[in-house]
Design a protein around this ligand. Structure first.
Ligand code: ASN
Length: 314
């Protein structure tokens, strides 16, 4: 247990922060260079809004409350993810966007022990107009290989100090469906499947939030994907092709029993036919740094820890 004093006197002075932060700096710069090189335009994040990702129904989500603030007479929610804003931003005509987007997710405190949950984190969120899941999968594989290679080359000494050996994956990564993994490992397939692999792999077809597209040719199947790290580290990225037609969106929102009022303006825009087909995803930055540095708990790579169920000191 970290007390206030041990946080200040020991935790902040931990020697390995220097190595971790150098690796983080290289990883973030590599991601930014890669995305810009591929023609992506960088947006600033949105933190307060009238609408945000409902994060459900999704077996992977455990939020206990929607984070809200009151500002004069407006009630605003804090961003759980920028997915809906990414779809809206494509209306500007920019076809490829990315954002380093801080998210607040008030996760159940039992998630303290998963080693991969934070209640405040940043994802590198991106969206591509008219793209398919194959386009995203190929792009992300190139991105991951580039980040791993650059960190291995430029942060050799830091990786050695952290006793971390990084293996560079080859393209294409393996792809499994959720159905296959459920048959082998049961409903909680993520960590056992992750432990069984040596390289990052894809898991496709998740039944989750309304914005991820259902396969029009195979109802009950979804055109979405997660990238999972090996060695038991678990999920790295999630994304999908998107629902963009009003009728599909409203029917999914109603099926999920969500409060339509939060999505009023988004639904009006969809009804006007302004949303366009797209696909994208979000790569968890802290999860990437945890994997690169080989740390046991994701909170250990944060200078200012935000772990579910743990007291915030600074
Ligand atoms: N960023 C994810 C996506 O683009 C959504 C999420 O984080 N829940 O699909």
């Amino acid at each position: 247990m970290l007390t206030r004093l041990s946080y200040i006197e020991e935790y902040l002075k931990r020697k390995d922060f220097l190595y971790i932060l150098k690796i983080q700096t290289t990883a973030i710069r590599t991601i930014e260079d890669f995305m810009v090189e591929k023609g992506f335009i960088q947006l600033m994040p949105v933190i307060t809004s009238k609408l945000t990702d409902p994060l459900g129904p999704d077996p992977g989500s455990s939020v206990v409350a929607l984070p809200k603030i009151k500002y004069y007479d407006q009630e605003l929610v804090l961003t759980q993810s920028m997915i809906l804003h990414k779809q809206l931003a494509l209306i500007t005509g920019v076809e490829k966007i990315f954002i380093f987007s801080p998210n607040i997710r008030l996760e159940n405190k039992i998630r303290k022990s998963t080693g991969k949950h934070l209640f405040e984190f940043t994802q590198m969120d991106f969206e591509i107009a008219y793209a398919t899941m194959e386009d995203v999968i190929s792009l992300v594989e190139d991105l991951i290989i580039e980040v791993f290679k650059t960190v291995k080359r430029e942060r050799k000494e830091e990786l050695e100090k952290l006793n971390r050996e990084l293996k560079i994956p080859g393209k294409p990564f393996k792809i499994y469906t959720t159905h296959e993994l459920e048959e082998v490992y049961g409903k909680d397939w993520e960590i056992p499947a992750s432990k069984a692999e040596k390289y990052p792999f894809w898991v496709i077809c998740h039944k989750r939030e309304f914005y991820d597209k259902e396969d029009p040719d195979r109802p009950g199947h979804y055109l979405n994907y997660d990238l999972v790290y090996p060695e038991g580290y678990g999920e790295a990225l999630s994304g999908g092709e998107r629902e963009w037609k009003y009728e599909r969106i409203i029917s999914r929102i109603r099926k999920d029993g969500l409060d339509e009022r939060m999505y009023k303006s988004y639904l009006e825009i969809a009804k006007k036919g302004l949303l366009i087909p797209s696909a994208g995803g979000g790569l968890g930055v802290e999860r990437l740094i945890r994997f690169l540095t080989g740390k046991k708990h994701i909170g250990d790579i944060q200078v200012f820890r935000r772990i579910p169920g743990e007291e915030v000191i600074l």
